[in-house]
Ligand binder design. Structure first.
Ligand SMILES: *Cc1c(COP(=O)(O)O)cnc(C)c1O
Ligand SMILES: [Zn+2]
Length: 431
């Protein structure tokens, strides 16, 4: 039989293309495009399929992705209809099998315009990314969901970590959900409720009469005895991947455009490193265009090692002696990833700002009274910094500014002194 060659009609071509596209997405797409771990200091590469802590050179490791392959499958960020948690970005997360995901529904937090606070600061385009409504009450849930999911995938049964409270609370609760045993050490001064969160989850909880750096030494001793995963900040490479989703969400919520400035209350700086990493990956994927937002590391005046280093143009910070602040989550005298924080700030033309406790506590009240936003003291520090940077002219007219509120105000009841009159039942209210 003789087959007559003929051209396809436009409809046929369209149908063939659609079938091809579906096929390509179905057969070529992977749940995760995680490829390997890399040391940002010495460049060494490690497999991501076994447990890893720090690089031999002492640096934290970073997760790398096969972005070129992902770009083939998803040339544009077409994410409509996906779940409204940070797992909607699973291609850019390190967990390879969906059955290992340990989730409480975290992520996709609101990006709220703040017109009244913005008017008070002369920032008409002021937004708050509100992490206060996330499970466990702080954005540490993002690091915990990804860190523990990956730990589960790697077969981890038990971990230990030092914490200023919120990370320990989040990791304890997610560990309970994962069926992994948690040992947590926190300063006696850490927010009281975070003890409760750890205790309720069944974690082994220890309090130390000292700072997070002292808690770190105690944990290091336990790790040295062997067999326990070290979940200290940046000593495992995956919590940063959870925290980076704040950056992806901000881009998505602005319709894959970027704000001009992002202010972040910085302790260990993992969130800031993560946001910078996320935006760099999105640039490489072609999902967004630069320039990147100027990243601002905000610290408390009572603990400002990153600010001091930035002022000196240094690439690393020095231990900050006798640190103290009401913004407990950012009381970190020396961060392991300080050089990565500083790099993110320098590379984006950002800056580092220190805020007095008095200023951040008054900003906390102002945000609540003008906008109904009961932010945590760490978030309030970032608001105080926004005010400062606008006053100095560093933030220019009409710029789009995002402040990260990293937790809920109700985790810190002691930061709001209350002076309400106590009445007897037979009294009358004043007219
Ligand atoms: C941990 C914490 C921070 C600081 O986070 P890093 O990313 O480690 O700098 C800020 N705010 C709150 C509420 C925290 O718990
Ligand atoms: Zn290295």
């Amino acid at each position: 039989m003789h087959l007559q060659p003929r051209l396809h009609t436009a409809e046929e071509m369209g149908a063939i293309y659609l079938v091809y596209k579906e096929w390509k997405v179905f057969f070529m797409s992977r749940y995760s495009y995680f490829s390997h771990l890399q040391c940002p200091q010495c460049g060494l590469i490690f497999s991501g399929s076994e447990v890893r802590q720090l690089c031999g050179c002492g640096s934290p490791l970073l997760a790398r992705y096969d972005l070129e392959a992902l770009r083939q499958v998803l040339p544009r960020p077409e994410l409509e209809g996906r779940e409204t948690s940070l797992w909607r970005y699973h291609e850019l997360l390190p967990v390879e099998r969906p059955e290992n995901v340990v989730t409480l529904g975290e992520g996709m937090t609101p990006l709220l315009p703040l017109p009244r606070l913005g008017a008070a600061y002369d920032l008409p385009h002021l937004y708050m990314k509100d992490e206060g409504i996330i499970p466990t009450g702080s954005f540490k849930a993002r690091g915990a969901t990804v860190g523990l999911s990956k730990a589960k995938e790697l077969g981890v049964r038990q971990f230990a970590m030092p914490t200023n409270g919120n990370a320990g609370a989040a990791w304890s609760l997610y560990a309970a959900r994962a069926g992994i045993r948690a040992s947590v050490v926190m300063p006696v001064d850490a927010p009281m409720i975070t003890r409760g969160e750890c205790a309720a989850s069944g974690a082994d909880l220890y309090l130390v009469n000292g700072l997070i750096s002292d808690a770190g030494r105690l944990v290091a001793g336990k790790i040295a005895s062997g067999g326990i995963y070290d979940a200290s900040t940046l000593k495992e490479p995956y919590r940063i991947e959870g925290k980076k989703t704040m950056g992806i969400e901000i881009a998505e919520q602005f319709g894959w455009t970027l704000p001009d400035v992002i202010l972040y209350p910085t302790g260990g700086g993992v969130g800031l490193i993560g946001i910078y990493k996320a935006l760099s990956e999105l640039l490489e994927l072609g999902w967004i265009e630069g320039p990147l937002p100027r990243l601002v590391a905000v610290q408390a005046a009572g603990c400002a090692p990153i600010v001091k280093a930035w002022q000196e143009g240094a690439s690393r910070s020095e231990f900050w002696p006798n640190s103290g602040t009401a913004a407990f989550g950012i009381n970190v005298p020396k961060a392991l990833g300080d050089f990565l924080v500083l790099e993110a700030v320098y590379a984006t033309g950002g800056c580092a700002v220190a805020v007095e406790d008095e200023a951040l506590l008054s900003e906390q009240r102002l945000a609540a009274s003008l906008e109904g936003a009961f932010v945590c003291p760490e978030g309030a520090a970032a608001f105080a910094a926004a005010r400062k940077l606008r006053e100095s002219g560093w933030i220019r007219d009409g710029e789009r500014v995002v402040v990260l509120n990293t937790g809920m105000g109700i985790k810190y009841p002691e930061t709001i002194p209350v002076n309400a009159p106590v009445l007897q039942p037979e009294d009358a209210l004043p007219s």
